[in-house]
Design a protein around this ligand. Structure first.
Ligand SMILES: Cc1ncc(COP(=O)(O)O)c(C=O)c1O
Length: 422
């Protein structure tokens, strides 16, 4: 249409609905090209799987007010209660006062501050790796590292329950993805045997699996990677701050320092703040400084985030009794659920699923627990297999015995009411 020409129905092409009244255009409405999304949401509602976001008023703690209800919170990843630890809070406030609220740039241009470098040095020495690069999140660390290291002629050999960020990074790399059944090392070996010798191969597992709470087959997979000359990568998001000496993770837990080429951790869970990191050789880290796209193309953390993470490492090193308390609470709660007769799967960590099978039943269980004062998130397909829906519980070091006993009593009452236990 030429400039200045009047709008006519003819000049408007297909997706516009135009209504005329008495020669005047009354409405000019574009048919919504996203209308199919509403159909998807309706289908979730019909299946009882539609969720609204629960809103927390106040701090992220062991007990809190979500959706105006006081509940015992079994849904956060705040394993050590560090989200509100005074040392982290003070460090963040001090960094904000002295360094401002933002970094103002990506790391590779003007956004690398002293405090970012200090955090990377502290993490490298804590994790016992040559070097570390920090990303904006654990998701960015996994996806950024895998996509940078591999390219289209390469292969990823990946546990079927690995985190979404590993899957997305693998897809971005355009390497061929070979998925092996959960922790099935023989199947992984068969995959590796069938691959050509030339291309690069990356064997990858979570250290702790986020939905089942079990520990990855690290020693066996590591030996396999060594046998086939593959790169070994572990995503220790749920193990950092939880497993190993002072919370150094599953690699420390299994005594495998120096044998895992790429270690990922998160700063968003036990560390209580936000971010992710990759640890490994100096060469790997320098390569990621140059090639990992979230590092290159997204702004670095505010100084308060980096400073709070440094304070969290101080806490891990100087207050290991918090980690001991986490494990004591884990044992108490896990054995309580088990004694009640719930199916808690194969968990070996503070993540304990209560598996009920049907998605709608899991959501019902979660809703009823919430009404009775316990927040345990329902999780269904596609996050877990269709017949493995569950509510997931995560205890923290800061739950009191009374809070955990209260939660067990509520689980008993609601579990019987819904005929999940008898
Ligand atoms: C196993 C695993 N890896 C990585 C991540 C991502 O970490 P972040 O929340 O820091 O992005 C998560 C968090 O959901 C996770 O469970």
């Amino acid at each position: 249409m030429a400039a200045g020409e009047g709008t006519s129905a003819q000049a408007l092409s297909a997706p516009y609905n135009v209504a005329f009244t008495g020669g005047h255009v009354l409405q000019l409405m574009r048919a919504d090209p996203l209308s199919f999304l509403a159909a998807d949401l309706d289908s979730l509602k019909q299946q009882g799987l539609y969720r609204h976001l629960r809103i927390l008023k106040g701090e992220q703690k062991a007990r809190g007010t979500f959706d105006h209800r006081q509940v015992v919170n079994l849904s956060s990843n705040n394993y050590l209660g560090l989200t509100t630890h005074p040392r982290l809070r003070d460090a963040a406030l001090e960094a904000t006062r002295t360094l401002g609220v933002g970094s103002g740039s990506v790391r590779t241009i003007a956004g690398t501050m002293d405090v970012h470098m200090e955090l990377e040095r502290r993490l490298a020495s804590f994790k016992r790796t040559e070097a570390v690069v920090v990303f904006q999140s654990g998701f960015a660390a996994n996806a950024g590292a895998v996509a940078a290291v591999l390219s289209k002629d390469d292969f990823v050999i990946s546990d079927e329950l690995n985190h979404a960020s590993i899957i997305d990074g693998s897809r971005l790399s355009r390497a061929t993805i070979k998925v092996f059944p959960h922790k099935d090392v023989d199947a992984a070996r068969a995959v590796l045997r069938g691959l050509p010798a030339g291309p690069r191969k990356l064997v990858i597992t979570d250290g702790v699996f986020s939905m089942d709470g079990d520990v990855g087959a690290l020693p066996e997979l590591c030996a396999l990677a060594e046998e086939f000359g593959a790169i070994m990568m572990v995503d220790d998001a749920h193990a950092s701050g939880v497993f190993g000496k002072n919370g150094r993770g599953t690699i420390d837990h299994f005594g495998m320092h120096g044998r895992v080429d790429i270690q990922v951790g998160t700063l968003s869970k036990a560390i209580g703040v936000l971010g992710g990191y990759v640890g490994g050789s100096r060469t790997l880290i320098e390569f990621l400084y140059h090639r990992a796209r979230p590092f290159l193309f997204s702004t670095s953390h505010p100084p308060a985030v980096a400073a709070a993470c440094i304070a969290a490492i101080d806490v891990l090193e100087q207050e290991p009794q918090i980690i001991e308390q986490l494990w004591a609470n884990t044992t108490l709660f896990k054995s309580g659920l088990h004694a009640l007769g719930f199916n808690t799967g194969v968990s070996q960590s503070p993540i304990t699923p209560v598996i009920v099978g049907d998605g709608a039943l899991a959501m019902k269980l979660s809703d009823r627990l919430f009404e009775e004062g316990v927040f345990a998130q329902g999780i269904a397909y596609p996050t877990v297999a269709r017949d493995k829906a569950r509510v997931r519980t995560i205890v923290t070091a800061t739950h009191s015995r009374e809070e955990l006993q209260f939660a067990l009593d509520v689980f008993a009452k609601v579990g019987r009411e819904l005929s999940i236990i008898h």
